[in-house]
Write a protein that binds this ligand. Structure first.
Ligand code: SAM
Ligand code: SF4
Length: 463
């Protein structure tokens, strides 16, 4: 794994010159061009301690995000299909040594019911998640699950993009996975630090670091256009982890010309009977977490950054401002939990880790509007085959905004009309009005026409 050069990363982290506030300021200035940064420059930004320089970095991260993606925040929810797992990750409740966890694999009918719940909430994107199990997470079952999820249609509402977060596969299996019509394939390395990785994964197939780190490459080779990477923050020093994660992203960009479609930044949360999760060995405080997200935005400006409901609502609001572009909302992390009662003991006994944000999708949508972020349910790029390099080309030429604004407003209007509570309707309609007032010319006309079509009952309006 020559692209994760541990000794080079440690050299950068120990380099006194990279603590110079002059160099840090110059680097922030450079990052305004939205062309990315070198690893050395990333190390310098991680070293920032001066509150004023830090504020400048946060502001720049927001500006860069808004220049590329506007004020939109894409929403999704995870759907867990099984908590069976043959791995033994020390931080996860699904680990096989957790004999007290209630194990459950959804039936196809239960997957349909979970999807119906999500569609009725207004969700349009799902992230399919599962443990690793030779029988229960085989491709045949995953394929059936995906077909079932895409097949749910309720009054024009349906899941229009399904991303997956599963164990690594061979190229041939990834080809089969692609044939199911998935969006992004995600696989988090957890920790890029080799020795820590071996400690965290005492046995099971996941112990193979190389098989995991090359999984997204195999997915790309199999023709899956969009891949997502991530690290589980809290397992090792966050500065090392961030530089290694970015090395991975840069390497994908150099070799495949597109880089990861998304980067996820999960932080280690308490998990039932997971020895390591109660007291993370390298717990990342909120301020450092914010710095990590801002740095990723400046270092890899065109990559989607995903923030999950692991984090508390107040912190999520702060982190939205420094470059996040996709968020989960109204999530549950155990199989069958959407349909089952909220927060029941049973659910806790099956969930993967504890959530920090328990709000419903409707509440999160309302909050986003109040904060000036447009909730986006748009899946137009995917369905117009603007994925992989075609999507990146649009983003890099600054054209994504022209297409996104009308599409995002139209799909948001669809959400408001079909699913929003009365309280949210008011805030959200005012928000759309304000957005429309900021448009002009053909974009405004086009958007108004699309809204009109939605108001007349047409669904899934996009171009
Ligand atoms: N089992 C597959 C795997 O490990 O790649 C796929 C899904 S796994 C359920 C999804 C992710 O959950 C893991 O990659 C890990 O980063 C995250 N995770 C596990 N335990 C966690 C915890 N205690 N807190 C936060 N995230 C956790
Ligand atoms: Fe299994 Fe994934 Fe949890 Fe590890 S993180 S125990 S592989 S579900």
């Amino acid at each position: 794994m020559e692209f994760i050069n541990e000794s080079y990363i440690f050299t950068l982290l120990n380099d006194e010159k990279l603590k110079s506030s002059e160099f840090q300021k110059e680097t922030i200035q450079k990052s305004k061009e939205a062309k990315g940064l070198s690893l050395k420059e990333c190390a310098a930004l991680l070293n920032i301690t001066d509150p004023e320089i830090l504020e400048e970095m946060f502001l720049t991260a927001r500006q860069v995000k808004e220049k590329i993606y506007g004020n939109r925040l894409v929403l999704f929810a995870p759907l867990y299909i099984t908590n069976l797992c043959i791995n033994n990750c020390l931080y996860c409740a699904f680990r096989r040594d957790n004999k007290e966890l209630k194990r459950k694999t959804l039936t196809i009918d239960e997957i349909r019911e979970e999807t119906e719940f999500l569609v009725r909430q207004g969700q349009k994107r799902v992230l399919l998640v599962c443990g690793e199990h030779p029988k229960k997470t085989g491709l045949e079952f995953i394929g059936e699950a995906i077909k079932t999820i895409y097949g749910v249609k309720i009054n024009g509402g349906n899941i229009r993009r399904l991303n997956v977060n599963t164990a690594p596969m061979s190229i041939d299996d990834f080809k089969t996975l692609k044939s199911f019509g998935i969006g992004t394939y995600q696989c988090f390395q957890e920790t890029y630090h080799y020795r820590t990785y071996l400690k965290m994964h005492p046995n099971g197939p996941k112990r193979d670091y190389a098989w995991r780190i090359y999984s997204v490459e195999r997915a790309l080779q199999a023709g899956i256009d969009d891949v997502g990477i991530g690290a589980l923050f809290g397992l090792t020093d966050y500065k090392f982890e961030t530089l290694a994660l970015l090395s991975h992203a840069f390497n994908l960009d150099e070799r495949f010309g597109i880089g990861p479609h998304t980067i996820s930044v999960p932080r280690l949360e308490p998990a039932f009977n997971a020895p390591l999760s109660q007291k993370p060995p390298f717990a990342v405080d909120d301020a450092s977490f914010k710095k990590i997200v801002a740095l990723i935005r400046l270092a890899a400006p065109y990559t989607g950054i995903i923030l999950s409901t692991r984090e508390r609502a107040e912190l999520r609001r702060e982190i939205f401002k420094v470059g996040v572009s996709q968020i989960s909302a109204g999530s549950r992390t155990s199989p069958g939990a959407y349909k089952e009662s909220q927060e029941s003991l049973e659910e806790f006994e099956m969930e993967q880790f504890q959530l920090g944000d328990h709000r419903t999708l409707d509440e999160v949508v309302r909050d986003c509007c109040a904060l000036g972020f447009m909730p986006s349910f748009c899946t137009a790029c995917y369905r117009s085959e603007r994925t992989g390099d075609r999507f990146m080309e649009l983003a890099k030429t600054g054209n994504i905004g022209k297409i996104c604004v009308p599409n995002a407003i139209a799909t948001f209007k669809e959400y408001i009309n079909d699913f929003a509570s009365e309280e949210t309707k008011k805030v959200a309609n005012d928000f759309i009005e304000k957005e429309l007032n900021e448009l002009s010319g053909t974009t405004k006309l086009k958007t108004e026409k699309m809204i009109d079509r939605v108001n007349r009952g047409e669904r899934d309006v996009f171009f």
